[in-house]
Design a binder for this molecule. Structure first.
Ligand code: FES
Length: 107
C-alpha cells in the first residue's frame, strides 16, 4: 500500500481532483481476464481520469483487481461488462459501486 501511495503522489502534473484507475496486469489477474478489463477502461475516455496497467496489487486470486486512486477504492473480480458501471457511477458521479467492492478492504 505504501508504494502505491508514493506512486500516486509522484504524479504532480495532474490536478488534485483527478483520479487514476489501476488495473492489475500481473499473471494471476491476466488469467482471470484483466487485459479485457484494462481495454474496457481505456476505451472509456473520462476527463481527468488516467487508466494504467498495474503490476501485482498484492491481492492475487481475487482479480481482476482494480484500484481507484486517490479514493483507495478496490474492486475485485471485475468483468469487462461491469466497467461501464464503474465509469458512470464512480468515475463520473463519485459514488462507489457497492456490489463490486473488494470485501477484504471494504467489509
Ligand atoms: S496478480 Fe493481480 S493482484 Fe496479484
Amino acid at each position: 500500500m505504501t508504494s502505491i501511495s508514493q506512486e500516486s503522489n509522484s504524479t504532480t502534473d495532474q490536478p488534485q481532483d483527478s483520479k487514476c484507475v489501476r488495473v492489475c496486469q500481473n499473471r494471476t489477474c491476466r488469467k482471470q481476464g484483466a487485459a479485457s478489463v484494462l481495454a474496457a477502461f481505456q476505451a472509456s475516455l473520462v476527463p481527468e481520469v488516467t487508466v494504467t496497467a498495474s503490476a501485482c496489487l498484492g491481492q492475487c486470486g481475487n482479480g481482476p483487481m482494480v484500484l481507484v486512486l486517490p479514493d483507495l477504492v478496490w474492486y475485485s473480480g471485475v468483468r469487462p461488462n461491469e466497467v461501464p458501471l464503474v465509469v458512470e457511477q464512480h468515475l463520473l458521479m463519485g459514488q462507489r459501486v457497492t456490489q463490486m467492492l473488494y470485501h477484504r478492504f471494504h467489509p
